[in-house]
Structure formats: C-alpha cells, structure tokens
Ligand binder design. Sequence first.
Ligand code: DOR
Length: 452
Amino acid sequence: MSDDTRLLIRHARILSPNGEFLLGDVECDRQITRIAPDLSLEPSTGKERSTQEVDATGLTLLPGVIDPQVHFREPGLEHKEDLFTASCACAKGGVTSFLEMPNTKPLTTTQAALDDKLRRAAEKCLVNYGFFIGATPENLPDLQTASPACGIKIFMGSAHGALLVAQEEALEPIFATGTRLIAVHAEDQARINQRRQEFAGITDPAIHSQIQDNQAALMATQLALKLSKKYQRRLHILHLSTADEAELLRRDKPAWVTAEVTPQHLLLNTDAYAKIGTLAQMNPPLRSPHDNEVLWQALLDGVIDFIATDHAPHTLEEKAKGYPNTPSGMPGVETSLPLMLTQAMQGRCTVAQVANWMSTAVAKAYGIPNKGAIAPGYDADLVLVDLETYRPVLREDLQTKCGWSPFEGWSLTGHPVVTIVGGQVVYDHGKLNTEVRGRALEFVTSSLEVGH
Ligand code: DOR
C-alpha cells in the first residue's frame, strides 16, 4: 500500500487491549491511526487519501499472531520449506511476525549468516521476521554482537550438528557473558544417548517419547534455571512439554524467566502415534494426557507465558523412512490460531487469552515495540477471524511446502479470513497477495527486562 492509501476495516468485533470487545471500525496506514464505533461519522483527518475498505461484518479482529519459534529451512533445506512458502503459510494462518531458529544450512551462528537470512527474508517474506543467533561451544563473541537477533538459541539436546551445547562447562560461559535473552531447547543429551542404546532396535515411533522422556526434559530445564539464577540471566524455556517442568516453574520461576508451550503439547499426546505414526514425532516428544492437563493449567495460571508452534516441516518421504531414521518435527503456523480459538470457543479459555498468548505476551517478552495490541500507534498487523464457522483441516488447503499437518481432519473454527501486515492485506478470503513484504523486527528489551 502506498503511503497515500489507507485501509479501513469496517464493522469488526475489535479486541481492545483491556480484553473487551468493541464493535466498530479501524483505520490504518502502516500503523493503526483511528478506532471508533463508526468512522464514517468522524471528521476526516484532512489528508486526501484513497481508501481500501474491508467489510468485517461478523468477524473478530485480533492482533496478528507473533510466532516465537519456527524452523523455516532456508538456506540449505529448501526441499522442506523456504521463506516464501513458510511466510505464505503464516499469512494464511494469521501469523504476521515470526522468530526463526538457527538450524539451517549453514547454521545461523555468525553475523554473515544472520545477514544472509535477513537479505533473503526482505526479498521474499510476506510477513515480518526476526532470527535467533545459534550458540555453539565456540562462538561466544558472535553471540554478543550479532544484530539484529531476537536472542541466543541453545540446543541443550536434540541438536543439529555444531549447535549442540550440552555440557554444563560449555553452557556456563554463555550464561555468564552478556545480557541478551537466552532461549533453550531443554533436553538432556547424555540421558537421551543412553536411552537410545537401551531401546535400540525398536521401530515403533511411540518409543520416541520414552527415549527422550520427561526426565530428560526436566533435567535440562533444571540446569538452565540453575545457570539463569546463578548469573541472573534472562532465560526463555522453549516448548515446555512436561508436567514436571511446569510444576518446577510453578514453584520456582524468577521474574526474568519465561516459558512457552506448543499447541501440539497441549492438544496431542502419545495416543497420536497410533493414528499418525512418525508424523507425531517431534522434539521434545509428545507426552501423556496428564502432561497435557498440567500444561494447560500452567498456561491458564500464567506459569507458562505464551505459545509457539515450533513449525518444523519435513517431507512426507522423510517421514516415511521408518523410526528411528525419521526426522523429528511437524508444521504448525497454519493451524495454531484456529486450534487455540477452537479451544476458546469450547470454553477452555477466552479469545482474549489466546490473543495475549499468541501476540501481546510474545511482543512484551522479546521487546518487540508497537506490536501485540489493537490501539492507535501500534503497527497494523492484524487478523480477522471467523468464530462461527467450523471447517476441517485439509491437506489440499495447506500452504506449507511439506504439505501435511498432524491436525488433518480436525474440525476447527477461528480460521483467518483476512490477514493484514503493516496495513497491507496479505491474505483475503483464501487468496494470498504475494506482492506484500514484511519487515525486519526490532528487539529493544535487554538485560533482565521481561516487559510484563
Ligand atoms: O522436533 C523438532 N524439530 N524439534 C526441534 O526443536 C527442531 C525441529 C527441526 O528443526 O526439525
């Protein structure tokens, strides 16, 4: 949209920052400029501009989803996904910004690799983007200086080549040096290695949840917490998966620690292996129905701060190799918002909580300015959802290059109807506008500030 064009969203049910809904209109350029019950009655702002109108009658307007953990595979693994296809999937899923992980080829462990990703994203991403810098046992200086980066990613287990930093002695200097956010994939690699040997030869993918068991996750989360407390270091625990970790954090969570959970760890459990086999294989693995329940309660109580998808696409051919030769991971950006809104409509939580977990709280935790709320002055990253119609997740509707979802056949409501990035309509009733480009995100939080 040119600077002279404004977007007018009319007759929407607008989620206000206080969690209440207002029926009315939202005017935006790159940012939200005005909100009122009926903007046609308001005096004009004086500037003559052309207007694109979106009729939002019957639809609910939410802040665009900020997905704080995705794996988009570019560069190097584009046969699974690339920044264009992934960002198309985001636009369709109401995800207007994402934070992407460093396990690409080459790994994002240097400024040059980060710059390359930013260049590629500027060229082809339909939505806004930010990237993690990945820790290795050797790149301490890069971890301090790489910019812009949303944080340092440490794979304490389940790592990809050089990204593994499993030993306490290797973790210690990373926690001790600098102030920027450290996000950990918390699984204990030594325990996983030992259990891999114990269970060697078993090809039922359900064994994955026993090899990489609850204890492996708890041990690594305990270690990360210990180091974070020792050095008073801002810590984020990625994809919390077990009741034990949730209970640990309920008892002992410093103000500078945040945690996230994925929709799949809330809604799927080890029963999924019988239904979808290796498509249910991910790291950390799916757990028991009891873990689902405790994670839900921790989310509702604020022990878990927000939601990430861990979108990690692999091809169906790769997933057909047979356990243990199959890669771990599942896609998620297209289904996360409808999955959570369906839970809200079924009474498990509120729509306002979903918007907080999937946008507001993420913007605060990562210090992303001007995002996560519908208010004048905020960036016009928005999603209009239909909370009345139920539709199944169908393989043929998916935009992700991997072409499958663990939630196929699930009947969901809250599907995005229109997605808006920086005031531009990027997805409209099933059609993508592939001309739209997102922008690089800024990160202003430092030190121990969590922002909420
Ligand atoms: O299951 C997973 N797959 N978990 C991760 O943390 C990484 C991901 C991947 O990149 O495939």
